[in-house]
Design a protein around this ligand. Sequence first.
Ligand code: GLN
Length: 483
Amino acid sequence: MTNATLKQLSQQLAAGAVSSVELATHYLDRIEALNPQLNAFITVDRARTLADAAAADAARAAGNAGLLTGVPMVHKDIFCQQGWKTSCGSKMLDNFISPYSAHVVEQCNAAGLITLGRANMDEFAMGSSNENSYYGAVKNPWDLNAIPGGSSGGSAAAVAARLTPVATATDTGGSIRQPASHCGVTGIKPTYGVVSRYGMVAYASSLDQGGPIAQTAEDCALMLNVMAGFDERDSTSLERAREDYTRELNQPLAGLRVGLPREYFAEGLDADVAKVIEDAVAELKKQGAQVVDISLPNTELSIPAYYVIAPAEASTNLSRYDGVRYGHRAAEYKDLVDMYEKTRAEGFGAEVKRRILVGSYVLSHGYYDAYYLKAQKIRRLIANDFKAAFEQCDVILGPVAPTAAFNIGEKSGDPVQMYLSDIYTLSVNLAGLPGMSVPAGFDRRGRPVGLQIIGNYFGEAKMLNVAHQFQLATDWHTRAPAL
Ligand code: GLN
């Protein structure tokens, strides 16, 4: 049961080989045993999960089961979930029990999935290593000295450690792909607007996008079928016909044009990571893919542009945490302004404060044109680079991060070093494109390395097809850490 995929669990439940209560008990026991080492969860509520599992079993007995009824899952602590603490990894929301559910959570509930718990994450999804959580760092299940990647480190670590078959996650600048890569699991960030942001705590609204992390591309496709879809409560949700993301999984890859951006294989890329990506490309070539040399000339500018735009949006989004309506409020204060100041000083961690300062600065009168407006122009150039590239290829391949997981503490004292690890992921968010990470090998220290697949707008089914065909021929995604 431990290594079963979502697909297999769905089949076992349908065949009556296992009940949802048995499955939930199995995972809850594993969480109890292994989470003290990993710190992948912020909240677990055994009684509630078992009650939901019993209800799923009853629905199945009554003939009301769908494909995923009774399958356990985990939500990143950024998705509001009615009756569950939704902390977003912050002291600011440590006392916040959500009165409503995010669209993503509603969709998962409607599909009959049951919640095992809430995954740890970087505070307000700001980070690349999951060291910024108020609840402490998440450990990488492959090596407890290593970071799991951020900000969805809890989600990725939980799937890698087989504490859940699947987890939700979000990606503003790489937070699905990076932790998936570092933990040896599969994750997809859809095209901006495909998954509703309603009820997803906002970090940088023009970049944030939810998606699944699972063992396989096939499971990601099944989950995306549940999570995607138009929602009028998110003004950037796209009104499109429902898609079946599994529809292209079994297509052969003969004739597929695979673009390799020069800039993704230049200086700064670890040799082991480069080798893993080369081998993955060779495998796809063996299956009939044609390699095209492409260029994304503005890649380097993605870091400064992103680290202006994301903090700018964060500084406005986070102004709502003022101690008045919900969340943390300082215990003692002189007057209203003092209450605001103390509340925010106490409630936010160092990285969040850094972003608020940067964001307020670049949006301020006199600096707006020099920074924010300039960054928006670069954003357009980056999107144009991809537009030109996709005239020559169907998908783009590259690394997810310059190195495999680094050690806990290695970069936490140097924000710029930390930001540089986002070089291959940020452009995708700035352009609004879909991107995914697929397990493709290990580095010299035995730490997982992911292959990044970038698709054109609404190219999710094609990307999942490439990933699935790769997984039919390789077994990287089946490897699990010894815990
Ligand atoms: N590392 C990036 C940041 O800190 C991306 C995080 C994310 O995708 N949520 O902003």
